[in-house]
Design a binder for this molecule. Structure first.
Ligand SMILES: [Zn+2]
Length: 305
């Protein structure tokens, strides 16, 4: 039912002018996020809709027409309606080869959230392994759920079918990350190896955040210690948030729940753009604002903890 309602809202949202939808001055800033942009299909990605460079640029132009792009520190200082900060998760190589050049040309600041274990292609996200096995016909699409703790099974399936995961090089190198930082982009952390956080113990959840953040601090000394939760922040224990903030492990953290306020200080929700059914950026933004209003009607606009 919830899903159907969202579909209906998405269908009618573009009919409302954006100026009407966003009239309330107390809106949170918009924080759209992507993973990758590519003109060729990527065999290891099949769970979201990859944008071509042309579509990505058109989406940025749309966003620039309506929102002011700011750096993360500007946003945290003045988190008002009308501001936007873009971010990119997972540290894929196209961030360096395609996305950053476009952002630079358009003068858009951004944050890149990376998982230390994957830098320099030393390891690969388990969802990418599953997608490769699906693309080779070893598994049917969506046939089985593999979680992070099942990496061994995926590796064995690949070996048994003569598939070498190391021939795929999806990620940025350390040098490329340094270059992004030199260009003024912020590097943030995204867990050590992208596990399903909700399946982990409190201690493990804390370790995934703290150790990946420390790795970023050691290698990049970022102006702001920013962390984005892999998949979702659902299932992350309140005690973990509290400990991370009280110990100063992070300055700011991000979830993926759309346009919403969060009851937690220094925790923001971002808008996933690459929704599988190929929703346009206009539809996505209109949907987020209209859905915000509807939630307000039954006062669910704030993520409760
Ligand atoms: Zn991710």
């Amino acid at each position: 039912m919830h899903h159907l309602l969202k579909k209906i809202v998405a269908g009618i949202a573009p009919l409302f002018p954006l100026a009407v939808l966003r009239r309330n001055p107390s809106f949170p800033p918009i924080l759209p996020f992507y993973h990758v942009v590519s003109s060729i299909p990527l065999p290891y990605i099949n769970s979201y809709k990859v944008r071509t460079p042309e579509v990505f640029e058109a989406e940025l132009d749309y966003l620039l027409q309506h929102f002011e792009p700011v750096t993360l520190d500007e946003l945290l200082e003045h988190p008002g309606n009308g501001k936007m900060h873009l971010s990119f998760d997972d540290g894929l190589k196209e961030c360096y080869t395609i996305i950053a050049p476009i952002l630079k040309r358009k003068g858009i600041p951004a944050t890149f959230f990376i998982s230390p274990d994957f830098v320099d292609n030393r390891a690969m996200f388990h969802r990418f392994k599953r997608a490769i096995l699906e693309s080779k016909g070893v598994l049917l699409k969506g046939e089985r759920v593999f979680t992070h703790d099942m990496n061994n099974e995926l590796d064995e399936l690949a070996a048994a079918n003569g598939i070498d995961f190391t021939q795929y090089k999806p990620y940025m190198t350390m040098q490329q990350l340094k270059s992004l930082q030199n260009d003024g982009f912020l590097i943030g952390a995204h867990s050590l190896n992208h596990p399903e956080m909700w399946l982990l113990s409190e201690e493990e959840q804390y370790r995934q955040v703290a150790q990946s953040m420390q790795w970023v601090v050691d290698n990049f000394v970022p102006k702001i210690k920013a962390f984005s939760f892999p998949f979702t922040d659902d299932g992350v224990e309140m005690s973990v948030f509290k400990r991370l903030q009280s110990e100063g492990v992070v300055d700011v953290t991000f979830g993926t729940a759309g346009l919403k306020y969060d009851t937690l200080h220094h925790h923001y929700q971002r808008i996933p753009v690459e929704i599988a059914n190929n929703r346009s950026i206009k539809k996505t933004i209109h949907f987020e604002f209209l859905y915000y209003h509807l939630r307000e009607l039954w006062s669910k606009n704030i993520v409760e903890r």
